[in-house]
Design a binder for this molecule. Structure first.
Ligand code: ZN
Length: 133
């Protein structure tokens, strides 16, 4: 699975987005350590706070399948089908990723210039974890 293929899986997953309020479709593709790709999309709700981002949908789906180890995630969002700008994970999703993934976990984003790769430690340099309690 190349990073490009993972990004294509994220874009494909956005097709299932339920986003009648924002009209911003997001897909995520999470690569498990055994090579399986688990996807997610954003799921909105009339009670806005009940919505769930694509990244968390993917992580929670993976966790429900017993998965705990992941190596990278690709995220893509669009309101017009062009995926022209990067869609970075929100703070809650960065925190959720940090529960299962170390600082070297890769977050792959894209825009019209191509793929942009970040380590989770760059996006969330000081995560709240079990040592924080
Ligand atoms: Zn999020």
């Amino acid at each position: 699975m190349t990073d490009y293929e993972l990004m294509e899986a994220a874009k494909k997953a956005s097709e299932n987005s339920y986003s009648p309020y924002s009209h911003f479709r997001v897909g995520a593709a999470l690569l498990c350590d055994d090579g399986e790709v688990i996807t997610g999309c954003n799921v909105e709700n009339a009670s806005y706070g009940a919505a769930c981002c694509a990244e968390r949908t993917a992580v929670f789906t993976a966790a429900a399948k017993g998965r705990r180890k992941f190596s990278k995630i690709a995220v893509a969002g669009t309101s017009d089908g062009t995926f022209s700008a990067i869609t970075q994970p929100c703070g809650i999703c960065r925190q959720v990723l940090s529960e299962f993934c170390g600082g070297d976990f890769e977050v792959i984003l894209s825009d019209l210039d191509g793929l942009h790769k970040y380590k989770l430690s760059e996006l969330l340099p000081l995560p709240f974890d079990k040592t924080s309690m």
